[in-house]
Design a protein around this ligand. Structure first.
Ligand code: GLY
Ligand code: MN
Length: 458
C-alpha cells in the first residue's frame, strides 16, 4: 500500500471537489465459481482501493462530506474466519493504515444512511458492475436493481483523479509492465511448433505468478488472432501459424500491465506475414511518435488507421483516398477496434464508471462500426497512462458480410481480400505514460516489436 497520507490526500481532494452530500463506496465480495466456498480470486473494487487501500471482503466506506466524517463499515473476524482463513489485524488497525479512525460494524450502515437521507443529504454512489452491488444498494437504500442513479459529480471527480497518475502510481504500473514484458518475452523464447496454445498460456501465466503478480485479465494466446478477444487455448500451433499473445499482470496493489505480441510459430514470419506485420508496426510507431499532451487520441487512432489503409493499398488490398476511407470507416474491415485505452487500477481503467467520462470527457461516442469500439478519444494530458495496440485482422465472416452488402466497393479490393481469408490476425501492444512534452514507454524491459527483433528471439 501507499503511505496513509496518499489516501488521506486523495479523500480530501474528492471531498473538496464533490462539495456536499455523502459518498458511499461498496467493497467487493467473494464470488463463488460453482458453489459458495469455491471462489474466484478475490479482487477489491478499484475505486475502493484508490481511496481506502484495503483489499478485504465485506467492507463499505462512507465519506460524509457534510459531517466531515470518514468511516469504514466492516466486521471483525470471527473465530470461524480465523480457523479457516487465518488471522488478520483488527479492522481498526487496518483502517488506521489508510488514515481512518472511525470504524463501525456493517449492521449499523443502513441506519447511518437512513439518518443521512432523513436529514436531506444526497447519497452519492458509483455504477454497479456486479449483482452484489445491486443487492447492496437495494438493501441499504431501497433502490431496485436497474433503477440506480449513480452520481455524476462523484464519477467525474474520481475519473479526473484516477486518470492523472501520480509518480508513485506510475512506479507501480512500471512494475506491472516489467513483469508483463517478461511474460511476453518468455512466450517469444519458448513457443515451439507442436505446442498446444494452453502450454504457451501456462508459460505466460507461470511467469506472472512466479513474479508474485496475479493476471490483470484472462490470457489470450491464440493462432486465431483474427478473433479480437479469443480465449480458447486448445489449438495446436502449427508451422506457418502466428501466435497472438495478449496478456498482462497486476501488482499486489492492483496496478495493471497489458501488452500484446505476435510470434511466428517457426523461426521467421513468412514473406506474406511480414508484409502485413510491417504495416502494423508502422501504424504502431506512427502512433507512439504522435503521443503528447494536447493531441486528441482520436486523431492518433485515425493516424494508425490511415497507416494501415495506405500499407494495404500498397499490397493492392485497398484503393483510393486513405483520408476519405478513414473518415468513412473503411479501415474497420481490417482494424475494427480502437487504438488503445486508459490503464491503471483496471486494465481498461474505470470502464465501470463509463467510457464517455474516462475516454471522452463527457463528449458523445461515435456509433459507427469501428469507431464505436474506440475507448479513448479525448485530448491527452500529462499523467494519462494508456495502451497503443493497433492490429490488422482478416475476419472471414466480416469479409463475406461486407462483400454481400457491396460495402465500400470503391475502397476495398474484395477479389484480392478473398486470398487473405486464411491469414488470421496480428497486433502489438505497449503501455505509455504521457509526460509534459511527449510520452514514455512503461516497464523497464523492451518487448521486441519489429519483425527482425522478434525473429532474433526464436
Ligand atoms: N488486453 C485486452 C484488451 O485490451 O482489451
Ligand atoms: Mn489492451
Amino acid at each position: 500500500m501507499f503511505s496513509k497520507e496518499t489516501y488521506i490526500n486523495r479523500r480530501a481532494q474528492l471531498k473538496k471537489t464533490v462539495g456536499n452530500g455523502l459518498l458511499l463506496f461498496l467493497g467487493n465480495e467473494e464470488s463463488g465459481m460453482n458453489y459458495t466456498d469455491n471462489t474466484y480470486r478475490f479482487r477489491q473494487d478499484s475505486s475502493f482501493l484508490y481511496y481506502f487501500g484495503l483489499s478485504f471482503v465485506n467492507l463499505y466506506a462512507v465519506i460524509d462530506i457534510d459531517e466531515d466524517k470518514e468511516i469504514i463499515f466492516g466486521n471483525e473476524l470471527t473465530i470461524d474466519d480465523i480457523v479457516w482463513m487465518g488471522t488478520e489485524p483488527t479492522l481498526s488497525e487496518r483502517a488506521s493504515t489508510v488514515g481512518i479512525t472511525e470504524v463501525h460494524p456493517v449492521s449499523s450502515l443502513k441506519k447511518y444512511l437512513s439518518q443521512a437521507t432523513a436529514k436531506g443529504q444526497q447519497i452519492h454512489y458509483l455504477p454497479s458492475y456486479r449483482p452484489e452491488h445491486q443487492v447492496k444498494l437495494f438493501h441499504l437504500l431501497g433502490i431496485a436493481p436497474g433503477a440506480e442513479e449513480p452520481s455524476i459529480p462523484m464519477i467525474r471527480t474520481i475519473v479526473d483523479m484516477r486518470n492523472h497518475k501520480t509518480e508513485e502510481e506510475i512506479m507501480e504500473i512500471d512494475k506491472a509492465c516489467t513483469v508483463t514484458a517478461k511474460m511476453h518475452i518468455a512466450a517469444m523464447k519458448e513457443l515451439r511448433v507442436g505446442m498446444k496454445e494452453y502450454e504457451v498460456a501456462a508459460i505466460i501465466e507461470a511467469t506472472a505468478k512466479s513474479n508474485g503478480c496475479p493476471l490483470s485479465f484472462p490470457t489470450i494466446a491464440t493462432v486465431c488472432g483474427q478473433t479480437l478477444h479469443n480465449h480458447i487455448h486448445t489449438n495446436v500451433v502449427k508451422e506457418g501459424d502466428m501466435l497472438l499473445v495478449d496478456a498482462g499482470c497486476e501488482t499486489q496493489m492492483g496496478y495493471a500491465g497489458d501488452m500484446s505480441s505476435t510470434i511466428p510459430a517457426g523461426k521467421k514470419f513468412s514473406s506474406r506475414q511480414k508484409e502485413i506485420y510491417d504495416i502494423q508496426v508502422a501504424a504502431h510507431i506512427n502512433a507512439v511518435h504522435a503521443l503528447k499532451p494536447g493531441v486528441p487520441f482520436k486523431d492518433i487512432h485515425k493516424l494508425a488507421c490511415r497507416t494501415i489503409f495506405e500499407g494495404l493499398k500498397g499490397l493492392g488490398l485497398t484503393k483510393n483516398d486513405p483520408d476519405e476511407a478513414v473518415e468513412l470507416g473503411v479501415h474497420a474491415m481490417f482494424f475494427p477496434c480502437g487504438l488503445g485505452h486508459m490503464m491503471g487500477l483496471d486494465v481498461h481503467d474505470m470502464e465501470n464508471l463509463g467510457e464517455v467520462w474516462v475516454g471522452y470527457n463527457g463528449q458523445p461516442k461515435s456509433t459507427m462500426f469501428g469507431y464505436k469500439s474506440l475507448r479513448l478519444a479525448r485530448s491527452l494530458e500529462p499523467g494519462f497512462v494508456l495502451t497503443i495496440e493497433p492490429g490488422i485482422y482478416f475476419i472471414p465472416e466480416l469479409i463475406d458480410y461486407w462483400r454481400a452488402e457491396h460495402k465500400f466497393l470503391d475502397f476495398i479490393n474484395y477479389d484480392k481480400l478473398e486470398t487473405y481469408k486464411d491469414f488470421t490476425g496480428l497486433r502489438n501492444e505497449e503501455d505509455y505514460v504521457i509526460t509534459k512534452d511527449g510520452a514514455r514507454r512503461l516497464g523497464n524491459l523492451y518487448v521486441p516489436v519489429y519483425a527482425n527483433e522478434v525473429e532474433a528471439l526464436r
